[in-house]
Design a protein around this ligand. Structure first.
Ligand code: PEP
Ligand code: MN
Length: 343
C-alpha cells in the first residue's frame, strides 16, 4: 500500500502514521519528494481498511498495490488449477460442458434430458433440487427426491452431477448425491456457507453474484480456499446492468480477466446470462472463444411446461447444434470438446 501525504502535511502527522503502522507490525518505506511525502507500507496489508488510512490527518490519498486475495491469485500459484473428478478434468485443455434442466421436475423429465445431453458430449449433469427462486410462491425444487433422481440419471449416462446448495444445513445431504456443489449467484456472499464449503471434500462451482465486482467474487473464492478446499471454479453468469432487454448482461470479459488474475478454472453460463433461448447459442460461442474452461447450459425437452427457466432452456436439438459449433471454435483456439458418444 502506498500513502501519499498532503503537500502541507506536518512532520508530526507523518510520524503519527508511521507509528500507527509500526504498532501493527508493518515496516514503512518513506520517500520525500519535492511536494509530497510518500509512505510505502510493507507487510500483509490485506487486513488494513484503506479508508482508515485515507481519513488520517495529513493524508491526501492511499492506494493498494497488491490484491486483497492471495491463495486464489495467479501470483500465488502460477500454474492453472486443474480439478479432477473421476475421469473429468476441469481447467485443463478440454472445455467441459455441463447441461441439464434448471430444476429437477420428475424422474422421467431428468432421464430424457440427461440421455440427450450425455450423447451430445456433456460430461456433467446439472439440475436444481433446492431452488433459489425470486418469489416464495414459485416452485422451490424437489429436495432429496430430486437429488436421488439426478444421481440415478447421471450414473446411467456416465456423467457427474452438479447441483446447488443454498444453505449449510443442506450440505451433508447434498454431498451424499453430488460431485460438484454449486453456489448460486444469490449466495456468493453468504460467508457462513462459504466457510463451510472450505471444509468440504467436494469441488465448488462459485457463480458470480448479480452485482458483484470481480474482486468481490475472487474474495468469495478466497473464503473457500483459505478454509482448506482448493477445488473452486468460477462461473460468470451475467451481472445486473441498466440493460433490460436481456435478463442479465453477460460479462464475457470477466473470463480472460479471471484467467489473468487467478489460477482457478473459469466457466460461463450463457443461459442465466441472457435469459432468452435464442441468445444462448451465440453467447456460448462467445464464451468458448473468450477462453472459458467450460460452459453450463440449461436444456429442456418441453420448455413450455418447465417449472423454472423454460424461456432460456434450449431444445435438445438446439443443444446438439451448440455442441457442433463450439467444437469448431474450441479447435480453432487449440482446445477440445468431447465428441458425441453415439457417433
Ligand atoms: C441456476 O443455475 O439454476 C441458478 C439459479 O443460477 P444463478 O444462481 O446463476 O441464478
Ligand atoms: Mn435456472
Amino acid at each position: 500500500m502506498v500513502i501519499i501525504m498532503e503537500k502541507d502535511a506536518s512532520e508530526q502527522q507523518v510520524e503519527h502514521i508511521i507509528e500507527r503502522l509500526d504498532e501493527q507490525g508493518f515496516s514503512i518505506h518513506r520517500s520525500t519528494g519535492v511536494d509530497h511525502t510518500l509512505l510505502g507500507v510493507i507487510g500483509d496489508t490485506s487486513r488494513l481498511d484503506i479508508r482508515d488510512m485515507k481519513i488520517m490527518p495529513g493524508v491526501a490519498d492511499a492506494y493498494r498495490i497488491s490484491a486483497p486475495y492471495k491463495l486464489v491469485s495467479r501470483e500465488f500459484n502460477h500454474a492453472d488449477t486443474i480439478i479432477k473428478i473421476k475421469d473429468v478434468e476441469i481447467g485443463g485443455n478440454e472445455i467441459v460442458v455441463m447441461a441439464g434442466p434448471c430444476s429437477v421436475e420428475s424422474r422421467e423429465q431428468t432421464m430424457i434430458i440427461a440421455g440427450h445431453v450425455a450423447k451430445a458430449g456433456a460430461k456433467i449433469l446439472r439440475g436444481g433440487a433446492f431452488k433459489p427462486r425470486s418469489s416464495p410462491y414459485s416452485f422451490q425444487g424437489m429436495g432429496e427426491a430430486g437429488l436421488k433422481i439426478l444421481r440415478e440419471a447421471a450414473d446411467k449416462y456416465n456423467m457427474l452431477v452438479i447441483t446447488e446448495v443454498m444453505d449449510r444445513d443442506q450440505l451433508d445431504l447434498i454431498c451424499e448425491y453430488t460431485d460438484i456443489l454449486q453456489v448460486g449467484a444469490r449466495n456468493m456472499q453468504n460467508f457462513t456457507l462459504l466457510r463451510n464449503l472450505g471444509k468440504v471434500n467436494k469441488p465448488v462451482f462459485l457463480k458470480r453474484g448479480i452485482s458483484a465486482t470481480i474482486q468481490e467474487w475472487l474474495m468469495s473464492a478466497e473464503y473457500i480456499v483459505s478454509g482448506g478446499n482448493r477445488n473452486v471454479m468460477m462461473c460468470e453468469r451475467g451481472i445486473r446492468t441498466f440493460e433490460t432487454y436481456t435478463r442479465n448482461t453477460f460479462d464475457i470479459s470477466a473470463i480472460p480477466v479471471i484467467k489473468k488474475l487467478s489460477h482457478l478454472p473459469v466457466l460461463g453460463d450463457p443461459s442465466h446470462a441472457t435469459g432468452i433461448r435464442d441468445k444462448v447459442i451465440p453467447m456460448a460461442r462467445a464464451a468458448v472463444a473468450a477462453g472459458t474452461d467450460g460452459i453450463m447450459v440449461e436444456v429442456h425437452h418441453d420448455p413450455d411446461h418447465a417449472l423454472s427457466d423454460g424461456a432460456q432452456s434450449l431444445y435438445p436439438e438446439q443443444f446438439d447444434q451448440l455442441m457442433d459449433q463450439i467444437r469448431i471454435i474450441a479447435k480453432a483456439i487449440g482446445r477440445k470438446i468431447a465428441e458425441r458418444t453415439d457417433s
